[in-house]
Design a protein around this ligand. Structure first.
Ligand code: ADP
Ligand code: MG
Length: 664
């Protein structure tokens, strides 16, 4: 510690995040070159990692990683560099001193903000932050188009915090977000940036939370309000949210607010605001409705568009496979077995499909959770938490429910249903490859959805490779690998306590004696025992054929159906057999629907619509015949009346199905 200006930090920072305002960390943003305990240089190595993984913001935690109770940090201070004592360059080998000064300082942000950023490890502004912060610091309106994960929160949060008037007690900044989760996330982000600022109060307000509580907080004085449109309007109408002193409004994820039907609310809020105000609009896409808002309510806005960097996409390996609708579930199980990673998100189009998929996976022993619009807020938060800490490994979600979901440990995203457009695809696959990690994305396409592949490839600006549904050979290989892994782990980390182990050893010895067998034979028997009832390997063809009829799940279902009927056990093991007969299968019922060739309906439209509405798995929808002005479809017997009623009103090709039972 002979050279350099040493800031001594006493304390307990060896674990977990640092308190944001620790004395001595206040200059950290000037450099990541730090010396710990007078000898170890960590900054240089870390800064390399930081360049490769710009969003892996763990610089601080790695600084404090060594188990030191007494941490000494040396910071070259450019202001004091006239002092030879602080000339770090001469104290260190050249290569290790070339770490740049925090680029955030260049925006002219106040010291407290820079400290806050240093504490959470932001060093380099992201492209949208580079572009937006200077404009917003000038007080300009701004329209920003950028995908999720590009750092928009800090892009508006930092300049708005910078311009905050600590003396004013009424709200100065209002951020509208489409969902409660996003409101909380944004409020938390504001709090973390402002951790070193005095007297900044941020309040998230959203539906479902206690109204009075929010009023209390608002009364006590809040500068920044982050909320969902509905609840914000409620407070405005009641006079509990005074926006007369508002300086800035942010519309975060504007397109999502449009999609969720909040756009009139947003306009209403805009109309209540003071004439002199700054409006910031961020959106991943720019539908014309959003454009119009920016034309009508923003004054000469700065426009910033950030194209998804190709490099970002390349961190995510993207593949697609083609599978017929009825075989999707089995294909999914196979993909999960052969490609599954630590955290998986499966995207489905509707709530009903999320449930079908989750149920099926649960039966196959996966720890699954569902996130869709029906899941109550409190449970959603718990679900995300469980996914984050690994208690749940597979999440089945709809687009809206997973919006903004930020969980690092997602290694694989499966698009079980094709997303509506390229933007949605980009957003979905962006749930993996977070925080600088790599990720995998697999897209399921039915044969007729193949034509959409090109559009999605254009959206990510790279090819989405073809893959096959994993065949028995690769699944078996995977199972063997996993078994080897588990066995190795069991050897290294015994599960039983020493007494139990002694007893086990005794049993082994006894059996070995009685049966006079070798240790190898014994180990093998133990291993087989551990396998349980599930067969180790899948039998049959090595590859998985699309036309293969007897997917195991189907066979099981059929068996069950036959048993329940207690009658005819004629096996259905061939599709041609089904085609040969005329009436519906025994456990099916035939229905008439009022769309036909004239309406240009295709079987896929019918299956899709009925599956969405009824919650039936696509595979349980039977034969479809399309006639000139009507069609017939076979559905499982025993359809509940309410489902039937919904189906009657269901529209396909813009015509009501008017579904009716045939021959009943
Ligand atoms: P968006 O709103 O565009 O989806 P967020 O603002 O939620 O993106 O940021 C995505 C993630 O990136 C967050 O975890 C955030 O903390 C992190 N992040 C944002 N800006 C930076 C930065 N300059 N350096 C490091 N991490 C950042
Ligand atoms: Mg955001």
């Amino acid at each position: 510690m002979s050279k350099g200006k040493a800031a001594r930090v006493q304390g307990t920072h060896s674990h977990g995040p640092l308190p944001a305002c620790v004395e001595g960390f206040t200059r950290l943003q000037h450099s990541v070159t730090q010396i710990i305990d007078g000898s170890t240089l960590i900054g240089a190595a870390d800064s390399q990692a930081a360049i490769e993984q710009p969003y892996e913001d763990n610089i601080l935690s790695s600084v404090v990683a060594p188990q030191e109770d007494d941490l000494t940090i040396v910071i070259p201070d450019s202001v004091a560099s006239a002092d030879p004592e602080t000339d770090l360059a001469s104290a260190l080998p050249e290569a290790e001193t070339t770490v740049p000064v925090s680029a955030f300082a260049a925006f002219g942000l106040r010291r407290e903000l820079l400290d806050g950023l240093a504490a959470i490890g932001f060093e380099e502004p992201s492209p949208i932050q580079k572009a937006a912060i200077p404009e917003l610091m000038l007080g300009r309106d701004l329209v920003g188009q950028a995908q999720t994960g590009t750092g928009k929160t800090a892009a508006f949060g930092l300049p708005l915090l910078e311009r905050l008037d600590a003396g004013q007690r009424t709200p100065q900044v209002l951020v509208l977000t489409p969902t409660r989760e996003l409101a909380m996330q944004v409020a938390e982000a504001f709090n973390s940036y402002a951790a070193c600022m005095k007297g900044v109060k941020v309040l998230p307000i959203y539906g479902g939370a206690d109204f009075r509580d929010q009023i209390q907080h608002l009364r006590r004085g809040v500068q920044i309000v982050v909320g969902t449109p509905g609840r914000v309007m409620d407070h405005m109408r009641q006079g509990t949210l005074d926006l007369s002193g508002l300086r800035s409004l942010v519309l975060d994820e504007a397109d999502e607010m449009l999609r969720m039907g909040f756009i009139d609310d947003v306009k209403w809020v805009l109309e209540q605001l003071p004439a002199e105000r700054q409006v910031v609009l961020f959106s991943a896409t720019m539908p014309s409705e959003i454009r119009r808002i920016s034309q009508n309510y923003l004054k000469d806005p700065a426009e910033v568009t950030i194209r998804q960097k190709a490099a970002d996409g390349r961190r995510i390996r993207q593949r697609h496979l083609v599978v017929n609708g009825p075989q999707k579930l089995e294909a999914l199980e196979r993909v999960l077995e052969a490609e599954g990673s630590e955290g998986v998100i499966i995207f489905a189009r509707t709530k009903a499909i999320t449930l079908t998929v989750a149920e099926s996976l649960e039966q196959h022993g996966y720890d699954v959770a569902v996130l869709n619009g029906d899941v109550p807020q409190t449970q959603r938060e718990r679900t995300i938490e469980r996914l984050r800490d690994g208690r749940v490994n597979v999440l089945v979600a709809t687009d809206v429910a997973a919006r903004g979901l930020d969980v690092d440990r997602i290694g694989l995203v499966i698009n079980y249903d094709i997303p509506f457009d390229g933007e949605a695809y980009v957003h979905r696959i962006g749930r993996t490859g977070r925080a600088g990690r790599s990720g995998e994305a697999i897209l399921f396409l039915t044969p007729r959805e193949r034509r959409f592949l090109g559009g999605l490839e254009r959206a990510v600006n790279q090819p989405i490779e073809a893959m096959e549904v994993p065949g028995n050979a690769s699944i078996n290989q995977h199972r063997l690998d996993r078994l080897r892994q588990k066995l190795t782990t069991a050897l290294q980390q015994p599960v039983c306590n020493p007494e139990e182990r002694a007893l086990l050893a005794e049993i082994l010895q006894r059996v070995a004696q009685e049966q006079s067998c070798s240790p190898d034979q014994l180990a093998l028997a133990a291993l087989e025992l551990g396998l349980g009832s599930k067969p180790l390997l899948l039998q049959g063809e090595e590859r998985w054929g699309q036309s293969r009829p007897g997917a195991p799940t189907r066979e099981r279902d059929r068996d069950r159906g036959d048993r329940e009927r207690g009658g005819d056990r004629r096996p259905f093991n061939d599709r041609s057999q089904e085609r040969g007969e005329d009436g519906p299968e025994d456990n099916m019922e035939r229905f008439r629907i009022e769309v036909g060739w004239r309406d240009r309906v295709k079987p896929g439209n019918i299956v899709g619509a009925i599956a969405n509405e009824s919650g039936l798995a696509g595979r349980s929808i039977g034969k479809i015949r399309i006639f000139d002005a009507h069609s017939t479809v076979d559905l499982p017997k025993g359809m509940p009346e309410d489902v039937f009623a919904d189906l009657r009103r269901l529209r396909v090709m813009n015509k009501e199905l008017q579904i009716s039972r045939l021959g009943s």
